[in-house]
Write a protein that binds this ligand. Structure first.
Ligand SMILES: NC(=O)c1ccc[n+]([C@@H]2O[C@H](COP(=O)([O-])OP(=O)(O)OC[C@H]3O[C@@H](n4cnc5c(N)ncnc54)[C@H](OP(=O)(O)O)[C@@H]3O)[C@@H](O)[C@H]2O)c1
Length: 301
């Protein structure tokens, strides 16, 4: 029996990551949170995972840690596999022993992007690269574990801190006269804080209902859609509106194709994820990406 609210012990991994950072701030509304970093729980080490979970005895584990270097993964497949897949299997195994539930995150990169319309959870997976393959293996390990679980697939995560596209664009826009940005990949930029808030809302409803019945994979991305070029253009437009003094010192954006910007890992052309299932089961919806972008820009100096 999973206790609820103040009596619940929650373990959050990936404390210093974009999503983990926000989770450790938001989840205390649901219980006592222990958020760990790589030193306290190293996902490369099954022993480290086991001893951390056994010491904390959580009733809910939220796994926000992952190997997220998409291009580097192409040359480090074993490391990506151990963090994104093998570690998830160990977390699930330990969760089963102590009757804990697990919330985990996955990615649009488990899909190949060939579908012309937004993906639903039942659509066929077909990752294009190592990162996507290892994240898919993590999804499968959790699905197969026989425990209450939620896998929340998200996309294009950004925020005021951490390594992300928005912060890179804002920096480069003041350093370069023009920026060439891919304009033929479509998706939804999703604020790390929106992911954490939605996770808290979903967890509360899930844990107080039928956990087994509602276990599964859910898409969780911002409303609306754009391209990387559209995201950069809107970010710079809002940035200049907030800081008119930067108007004359802002790079010109040039729309390019994926073929003009080759990367070690292929990206899905269509990353759009349909979130109707999350809305139907948990009544949770994320704001439009432009609204959240405005909130994030307020937090960036
Ligand atoms: N970023 C995106 O655009 C994106 C898109 C779709 C889905 N997702 C998924 O969303 C989740 C959260 O992503 P994020 O953007 O918050 O990632 P992030 O900012 O890269 O953070 C990942 C965290 O995992 C930690 N980590 C990496 N290797 C570890 C290890 N061996 N042991 C323990 N911790 C380790 C990192 O620790 P250090 O700080 O020590 O490196 C970091 O704190 C992940 O499951 C990711 O796959 C992300």
């Amino acid at each position: 029996m999973i206790p609820t609210h103040s009596s619940m012990r929650i373990l959050v991994t990936g404390r210093d990551g974009q999503v983990g950072w926000e989770l450790q701030r938001i989840l205390p509304t649901l219980g006592t949170v222990t958020a760990v970093n790589r030193e306290e729980m190293n996902l490369e080490s099954p022993d480290s995972i086991r001893s951390c979970i056994r010491a904390i005895q959580p009733s809910l584990i939220v796994n926000a840690a992952a190997y997220t270097a998409v291009d580097k993964a192409e040359s480090e497949p074993a490391l990506a596999q151990s963090i994104n897949a093998d570690a998830v299997a160990v977390i699930a195994e330990e969760a089963k022993k102590i009757g804990a539930a697990v919330i985990h995150y996955s990615t649009d990169y488990v899909l190949d992007g060939a579908k012309p319309t937004p993906y639903v959870e039942e659509d066929r997976t077909h990752p294009l690269g190592v990162y996507g393959k290892t994240k898919l293996a993590g999804e499968q390990a959790l699905t197969d574990a026989g425990i209450p679980y939620l896998t929340l697939r998200t996309s294009w995560v950004y925020g005021a801190r951490g390594r992300n596209f928005l912060r890179t664009i804002l920096k480069l826009a003041t350093e370069k006269p023009e920026l060439r940005i891919v304009a033929d990949q479509t998706g939804a930029p999703t604020w790390s804080r929106d992911i954490a808030s939605a996770t808290a809302a979903v967890a509360e409803r899930w844990l107080s209902g039928d956990k087994e019945e509602h276990s599964g994979i859910y898409h969780l991305v911002a409303a609306g859609e754009t391209t990387w070029h559209g995201f950069a253009a809107e970010a710079l437009r809002q940035w200049v509106a907030l800081h008119p003094e930067n108007a004359g010192n802002c790079a010109r954006l040039i729309a390019i194709s994926t073929a003009e910007y080759p990367t070690p890992a292929a990206r899905p052309k269509n990353s759009r994820l349909d979130c109707a299932k999350l809305a139907r089961v948990f009544d949770v919806r994320l704001p439009d990406w432009r609204i959240s972008l405005a909130s994030v820009l307020q937090e960036i100096e």
